[in-house]
Design a protein around this ligand. Structure first.
Ligand code: FAD
Length: 488
């Protein structure tokens, strides 16, 4: 054995990346102890605060995470934001390695005039609002100012936003959507949702499943003109759509089917896909409320294949078009941010890419570290996984694969005696106490650590409240309410 004490891993973040990495690492290194730090009193990251409430099956991964959490070699340290509530430097003496899996806490802005106006929200804020993310529980989006909403961006998150705006509230209120959001959606006057993309139909990032769901929505009619106009029929391969690559072909077929469907009975809501439009400015009225959005029109750049997902477009300033809208959601991507103290550990957050620089496997790279023996340029003991490692794309399954690869390199570095944080481990002298070494200072700072058992109490109360309302759970949407369960 390398040491007389267990390997101590701190995981920062309790989303899929953190949990899958913990699971894998605990399996590979049998005596490892994992402490998982989470800024909120409740676990699971975007599985709780991102995944749409009408997709409960996606949240089944929580069962696996629960299994991980019940291991005696696992400690959940909720309600502690690393880098904010406690400095990173408080952790380093007590762990052999730190795995950053803290996801994406910001979103990309468009950087165009009027963006700060009323009625313009990031998808992250809106999604957080309906899912009870404390940061956005007070958002109160402007859903009663008019009939037209615009979603800028054409990924799955954009389609989630549209579906929530268009779904019958009777259906939504049976999910774990917050009651305040269901109430606001019931009062909503939005009748039409336009989902707008910069490029063409074959460059949209949403997937077949999400497109089909929207098309099949009984409460809303798909207006297919925008799609019809955007398809460049003469660019399709000879032999027709059947020759398209599989993924594009399936999406094309689903959209065609939606296009051919007749009018649905009894729908008072509509949605459309618009293409080749880049937002130029948000037009605000005298009160600063959103009135319309002006777009410039795009076309494929010379030499771009309209059927390629990578096709590029060029923007023309001629013939801008203005679409009325009283509310807009920009869904152009989440973004990770640095956390205070990274620099002191020799890590330079890559703000342009929005990731912690890493070697693809998950070893954190240092711009200054010289060539070492085994891990040249690697900051000893520092690893990352999930959205903060790859950027904010990919589903839970791909995040799992990614987290497994990070856990595997920690295990193999350990096996190969690479340097770790407390690398006098070999002599069996070092003490790395994990949370036990951190907790007194955390208490001195007035922090209340939420354990897994504590979370289960909050979970229980949420489920009981849900039962009374005929739904899976009623989430607490403020940290105070969550903690009140434990302190009363
Ligand atoms: P996250 O899930 O964001 O977890 C990061 C965690 O770190 C959070 O709990 C956060 O609170 C915590 N944290 C942040 N900073 C700190 C700190 N300083 N200290 C301690 N903790 C911190 N995938 C699917 O497969 N199906 C879907 O239907 C689906 N729907 C989605 C809908 C939306 C709106 C979004 C945004 C994503 C969706 N995804 C879906 C993708 C999926 O959610 C991600 O792939 C996955 O959650 C990324 O995992 P992560 O662990 O890297 O980040």
């Amino acid at each position: 054995t390398k040491t007389s004490r267990p390997f101590r891993l701190a995981v920062i973040g309790s989303g899929p990346a953190g949990f899958y990495a913990a699971y894998r690492f605990m399996n590979k290194v049998q005596d490892a102890i994992v402490d998982m730090y989470e800024q909120l009193p409740v676990p699971f990251g975007l599985v709780r605060f991102g995944v749409a409430p009408d997709h409960p099956e996606v949240k089944n991964c929580q069962d696996k995470f629960e299994e991980v959490a019940l291991s005696p070699r696992f400690n959940f340290i909720g309600n502690v934001a690393v880098g904010h509530d406690i400095p990173l430097s408080l952790l380093t003496p007590h762990y052999d390695a730190i795995l950053f899996a803290y996801g994406a806490s910001e979103d990309k802005a468009l950087g165009i005039p009027g963006e700060q106006g009323n009625g313009i929200y990031s998808a992250r804020a809106f999604v957080g609002w309906y899912n009870g993310l404390p940061e956005y529980a007070g958002l109160s989006p402007a859903l009663t100012g008019g009939e037209e909403a615009i979603v800028i961006g054409q990924g799955n998150v954009a389609l989630d936003v549209a579906r929530i705006l268009l779904s019958p509230v009777e259906d939504l209120q049976k999910t774990d959507i917050t009651t305040y959001a269901a109430d606001a959606l019931r009062r909503s006057t939005i009748k039409k949702v336009s989902i707008v993309g910069r490029r063409g139909p074959f460059q949209a990032a949403f997937t077949v499943k999400e497109a089909r769901e929207l098309i099949n929505l009984q409460s809303a009619q798909f207006l297919s003109d925008g799609l019809r106009k955007a398809i460049q029929w003469d660019a399709l391969p000879s032999g027709g759509p059947k020759k398209l690559p599989r993924v594009q072909r399936r999406l094309f077929e689903v959209l065609m089917k939606g296009m051919d469907e007749g009018l649905k009975a009894n729908t008072s809501k509509y949605w459309e896909l618009r293409y080749f439009l880049s937002p130029e400015r948000f037009d605000l009225d005298a009160e600063g409320e959103l009135d319309s959005i002006t777009f410039s029109q795009n076309m494929y750049s010379d030499g771009s294949d309209p059927l390629s997902v990578d096709a590029k477009v060029a923007t023309s300033s001629e013939h801008p078009i203005t679409l009325p809208s009283s509310v807009a959601f920009r869904s152009v991507g989440y973004k990770s941010a640095s956390i205070p103290g990274l620099e002191d550990l020799g890590i330079t957050f890559d703000s342009r890419m929005g990731i912690i620089p890493n070697d693809i496997h998950g070893r954190v790279l240092s711009p200054t570290a010289g060539p070492g023996s085994l891990t040249a340029g690697h900051v000893p003991g520092m690893y990352c996984a999930g959205w903060v490692k790859r950027g904010p794309t990919g589903v839970i399954a791909s995040t799992m694969d990614d987290a497994f690869s990070s856990a595997d390199v920690i295990a193999s570095d350990w096996e190969n005696r690479a340097p770790f944080l407390n690398h006098n481990i070999g002599n069996g002298q070092s003490t790395a106490l994990g949370w036990d070494g951190v907790k007194d200072e955390a208490a001195r700072r007035g922090l209340q650590r939420v354990s897994w058992q504590d979370w289960k109490k909050i979970d229980q109360v949420e489920k009981e409240k849900g039962k009374l309302l005929g739904k899976e759970r009623e989430k607490f949407a403020s940290v105070e309410d969550m903690l009140r369960v434990l302190n009363s």
